[in-house]
Design a protein around this ligand. Structure first.
Ligand SMILES: Nc1ncnc2c1ncn2[C@@H]1O[C@H](COP(=O)(O)OP(=O)(O)OP(=O)(O)O)[C@@H](O)[C@H]1O
Ligand SMILES: [Mg+2]
Length: 240
């Protein structure tokens, strides 16, 4: 096993003080790590620091041995990190295929774009079946899968998924998390943030509990799931 991402002693915020206060996290290549924690703990802020939207005030972020904490989001994207954001992010008036193609807009090689489009169409049948439909006509769960597909156009090594279950019907969640596991089996490393702590952790290798901008608990996902402290943090003793 080798480490693909290292976050060390990161302090970062939005101008009104630090949100991350000494954040440490190391990701093993080819694994799924799930971050859970209360609203405002800084989970999405970790994602923003890794994707380069936010530069840390202190500390380091290294990806495949290289410092990335001062890189631009575009450089980070090109180095192999893709983020699927917390909110719906497809352009509803554009077709499914047009949206997926946007994920490959930085690729210069047109043949490669077509090849990748075919590959994601294999992995995500909805991309082929609904190619010419407006993205806005798809259900929330279908849109999330199309967002995953769009993210894979650059063949990323690390995929950041910020609350993929948000706002989705429970019956589609197995498919969303199942797809995430398939992406991991295909060799990608996944950093997941989930409010849906139980299902997120059950689908992951490792669990990280964040509170007030740092890591409170870190270990095998099953151990974190059965740790009584996480139940206390969420729903007065029960993880839902
Ligand atoms: N763009 C921003 N400008 C100013 N403050 C922000 C910004 N984004 C987030 N914050 C603040 O930073 C804190 C942490 O936000 P963050 O989005 O990282 O939390 P989170 O753990 O992802 O929470 P949630 O579970 O609600 O998604 C919050 O108090 C939030 O109000
Ligand atoms: Mg968030």
């Amino acid at each position: 096993m080798s480490e693909i991402l290292q976050i060390e002693g990161v302090f970062a915020g939005y101008g009104g003080g630090d949100i991350l206060r000494g954040m440490d996290l190391r990701l093993e290549q080819g694994t799924i790590t799930c971050i859970v924690g209360p609203n405002g703990a800084g989970k999405s802020t970790v994602m923003r620091v890794v994707s380069g939207v936010l530069h840390p005030r202190r500390g380091e972020v290294r990806f495949m041995g290289q410092r990335i904490d001062q890189m631009t989001p575009k450089q980070i994207l090109q180095s192999g990190i893709v983020q699927v954001p917390q909110n719906r992010s497809l352009f509803p008036a554009m077709t499914v295929e047009e949206n997926v193609r946007l994920g490959g807009y930085t690729l210069q090689d047109r043949a490669l774009v077509e090849q990748r489009l075919a590959e994601v169409g294999e992995q995500f049948p909805i991309v082929r079946e609904r190619a010419k439909d407006k993205a806005g006509s798809l259900s929330g769960g279908q849109q999330k899968l199309v967002e995953f597909a769009r993210g894979l156009m650059l063949d990323p090594k690390l995929v950041l998924l910020d609350e993929p279950s948000m706002g989705l019907e429970p019956r589609i969640l197995d498919q969303v998390f199942g797809t995430m596991i398939e992406m991991c089996k295909a060799g990608r490393t996944i950093l997941l943030v989930e409010q849906n702590a139980r299902q997120g952790l059950e689908s992951s290798d490792r669990g990280v509990v964040m509170e007030s901008g740092r890591v409170l608990l870190d270990g095998p996902a099953k151990a974190v799931l059965s740790d009584e402290r996480i139940g206390d943090l969420y729903l007065g003793g029960h993880v839902h």
